[in-house]
Design a protein around this ligand. Structure first.
Ligand SMILES: C[S@@+](CC[C@H](N)C(=O)[O-])C[C@H]1O[C@@H](n2cnc3c(N)ncnc32)[C@H](O)[C@@H]1O
Length: 306
C-alpha cells in the first residue's frame, strides 16, 4: 500500500512502534497530540479520523514529527504550541514550555489584580510570555510589563503577545534591573529554580531541549529567587505583592527566606492540583514615612493654632 493511502490508524500504529523502539514515554498521547494538531481537531476527535487517510502533506509532517519525537524532543516543541490558561501559546526551543502548575500562579495574580485601578504588574523571567499574556487578557485594566535576560525568549514572547492581541511591554533585563523604586503593585515570576547539579538528573526531554537559562537556579536552586526577593522589596509599592513559583521541595526554604526579609510579610503558599506547594506569596509592608515628611509634619500641625 502506498504511504499516502495508509489510514491515520496505520500511521499512528507505525509511530507507536517507532517510539516504543526508541524508549519514548507517553508515546500514544504524544502521537495523538501531533495528529490532532495536523487535523485541526481535539484529542478525542482524532478517533473519528482514524479510518481516513491523511493528505500527503499531512503524512509528511506526521512522519517528520515522529522522527523528532524519537529523539525525545518535547511534543510541544514538535507541534510548536501548547495550551495555557485557555490560550494557545507558541513554543519552541527559545523558551521553557509553560507548565500547568504555573496556572496556579496566574490565578493568584488575577485575584489580586481584579478590582484595582490601573494596577502595574511586572512578570519577571517571562519566557514565552505566557504569564504576562494571560494577565493582560484577563485583567485588561492592568499595565503589564515583562522582562527576561534572554533576547530569544523575549522575541518569542513578543510573537505570542502579537498573536494573542495582548498588550504587554517587554524589556530585556536582569530580573528587575532598571525598574524604578515603588513602581509596581505586583511582581510575579516563575524564575529558574532547579539546583545546578540536579539538571543532569532531569528527564532527557527537559534537560536536552529546554534552555539551561530557564532551569538553572544556581548551586542550591534558590539563587535567582533570593535575588528577586531582594529586588522586589524596592520595586513594590507599599501593600504590593510578590508572587513566585517555586520548586516542589523549596516551600520551607522560601517561606523562611520571605519571613526573614522584614520589609515583606510572608502571606503563605498555594498548592498545585497534586497538593504540592508551588507558589509563595508575600506582601510589601508599608514604608516608614520619609525623613522629609516627618520634619514637615510638626510644622503643618502647629501653624494653624499660632
Ligand atoms: C522557568 S522559565 C519561566 C518562563 C515562563 N515565565 C513560564 O512560566 O513558563 C525562566 C525564565 O527566566 C529567564 N531568566 C533566567 N535568569 C534570568 C535573569 N537573571 N533575569 C531575567 N530573566 C532570567 C530565562 O531566560 C527563562 O525565560
Amino acid at each position: 500500500m502506498s504511504a499516502a493511502a495508509r489510514s491515520w490508524q496505520a500511521w499512528l500504529a507505525d509511530g507507536r512502534a517507532r517510539l516504543a523502539r526508541a524508549g519514548i514515554d507517553e508515546a500514544e498521547t504524544k502521537l495523538r497530540w501531533v495528529a490532532a494538531h495536523l487535523l485541526g481537531c481535539g484529542l478525542l476527535d482524532v478517533l473519528r479520523h482514524l479510518p481516513e487517510s491523511p493528505a500527503p502533506a499531512q503524512a509528511d509532517r506526521f512522519a517528520a514529527a515522529v522522527a523528532r519525537l524519537e529523539t525525545d524532543e518535547p511534543v510541544q516543541y514538535v507541534i510548536g504550541e501548547t495550551d495555557f490558561m485557555g490560550l494557545r501559546i507558541r513554543c519552541d526551543s527559545r523558551a521553557l514550555i509553560p507548565r500547568p502548575e504555573t496556572e496556579v500562579l496566574v490565578a493568584c495574580a488575577e485575584e489580586f489584580l481584579r478590582g484595582r485601578e490601573r494596577p502595574v504588574v511586572v512578570d519577571v523571567c517571562t519566557g514565552t510570555g505566557c504569564i504576562a499574556c494571560a494577565l493582560a487578557k484577563r485583567v485588561p485594566e492592568a499595565r503589564v510589563v515583562a522582562t527576561d535576560l534572554s533576547a530569544a525568549a523575549l522575541e518569542l514572547a513578543r510573537e505570542n503577545a502579537r498573536a494573542l492581541g495582548a498588550t504587554v511591554e517587554f524589556r530585556p533585563a536582569d530580573l528587575l534591573a532598571g525598574a524604578a523604586a515603588e513602581s509596581a503593585d505586583l511582581v510575579v515570576s516563575n524564575p529558574p529554580y532547579v539546583a545546578t547539579a540536579e539538571i543532569a538528573r532531569l528527564d532527557r526531554t527537559v534537560r536536552d531541549f529546554e534552555p539551561a537559562l530557564a532551569l538553572d537556579g544556581g548551586p542550591d536552586g534558590l539563587q535567582t529567587i533570593s535575588r528577586l526577593v531582594a529586588e522586589a522589596v524596592h520595586v513594590l509599592n507599599s501593600g504590593g505583592m510578590l508572587m513566585m513559583e517555586i520548586g516542589d521541595d523549596q516551600a520551607d526554604a522560601v517561606a523562611e527566606m520571605l519571613c526573614r526579609t522584614t520589609p515583606l510579610q510572608f502571606m503563605g503558599l498555594r498548592s498545585d492540583c497534586a497538593g504540592r506547594a508551588r507558589v509563595a506569596l508575600a506582601s510589601r509592608r508599608a514604608r516608614a514615612a520619609s525623613l522629609g515628611a516627618k520634619r514637615r509634619r510638626p510644622k503643618a500641625r502647629t501653624s494653624p493654632s499660632r
